[in-house]
Write a protein that binds this ligand. Structure first.
Ligand SMILES: [Zn+2]
Length: 331
């Protein structure tokens, strides 16, 4: 082996720079393929793995422990997909960024159905992630509900709704909280996670609140809410204190408020409007997305604004003239 390598090195010394580049590219490609190779069986976790031919141009592996075969995408969100990880990454980025399916489809030159399928596979996987490591509300947490219009987007309006179909952006038939609205229960830990789940139309009753918050509350939490009586039932789930913010003295209102959860509602409403609604049957899939993205998005925006909106020695001002003239790329 050692002798062969020395011979090879002697050969390389005589190569042209162009040939060396090609050799390097080949070697790097082999290295990348090597790191991407499977090291663990996705079925049993075994490590006695051998290569076992190709399947749809993907390397197939055989597990010597359980005898099953797999490819590197088995059990991933990309399983059975013909699209490479680079395409999935773009669709994931657009999903997290709040882009509509049509926007992504047009940008990536893919069909609406194709992006729809990828989007919903990602949303379902996010729900799986949240189910396996649930958001737990602790310390000071704010609970409230927000309402979105029921939507049969993508489907003919069922006859039993007793109302005409709405056009994009149209309002509800009746004023106030009618049965046309779906309630999204939301809970936010002020310095932690966000939870959003829809179970029904009207204001949530005790049974629904138990269903939404079971497994999501930590002992010792101070829960702030707007006085809806049903929230009292949450004491059955954890040793928590429930405070109705309406009973706070004026001097305490800077602490006893629901501003954080209301910001989350604005985030949900903005996204919801931008998508021109979400079919109600998919609402909880999107709620998973809202839960996972809201905090990061808000942190990013808050961080950026705290740097750019406050006067300091760093000068971030740019004039209209700057916009027209500064740092333009001239090719
Ligand atoms: Zn196995």
């Amino acid at each position: 082996m050692e002798q062969n390598i020395n011979k090879l090195i002697d050969c390389i010394k005589n190569l042209t720079s162009d040939a060396i580049s090609r050799l390097l590219a080949l070697a790097l490609g082999m290295l990348v393929a090597e790191t991407a190779a499977a090291t663990e069986c996705p079925y049993c976790g075994g490590t006695r793995i051998v290569r076992n031919g190709k399947k749809c141009r993907k390397q197939r592996y055989l597990c010597r422990d359980c005898g099953r075969t797999f490819v590197t995408t088995t059990h991933t969100v990309m399983s059975m997909s013909h699209y490479p990880a680079s395409v999935w990454k773009e669709v994931a980025a657009d999903t997290l960024g709040g882009c509509s399916i049509d926007h992504t489809a047009e940008r990536m030159e893919l069909s609406h159905q194709c992006v729809f399928n990828m989007r919903h596979k990602l949303l379902l996987a996010m729900q799986d992630m949240l189910a396996s490591s649930p958001v737990v509300l602790g310390k000071v947490s704010e609970l409230d509900e927000t309402y979105v219009l029921e939507s049969f987007k993508g489907k003919k309006l069922p006859e039993d709704t007793g109302r005409p179909a709405r056009k994009h952006g149209a309002k509800a038939q009746k004023r106030g909280l009618s049965a046309e609205y779906i309630c999204i229960n939301t809970g936010i830990q002020r310095d932690g996670g966000a939870l959003a789940e829809a179970v029904n139309r009207a204001k949530p009753d005790s049974a629904e609140l138990l269903e939404v918050y079971r497994g999501h509350l930590e002992d010792g939490t101070l829960l702030l809410c707007d006085g809806l009586k049903s929230y009292g039932i949450l004491r059955n789930l954890a040793e928590c204190t429930i405070k109705d913010i309406n009973t706070a003295a004026p001097a305490e209102m800077s602490f006893f408020h629901l501003n954080t959860v209301n910001n989350f509602h604005s985030f949900i409403k903005d996204r919801y409007d931008y998508y021109r609604g979400v079919a109600t049957k998919y609402l909880n899939r999107y709620n998973a997305l809202f839960s996972l993205t809201w905090r990061r998005n808000t942190v990013l925006v808050t961080d950026l604004c705290s740097k750019l909106f406050h006067s300091g020695t760093a000068d971030y001002y740019h004039s209209i003239k700057d916009i027209k003239t500064l740092r333009l790329l001239a090719l």
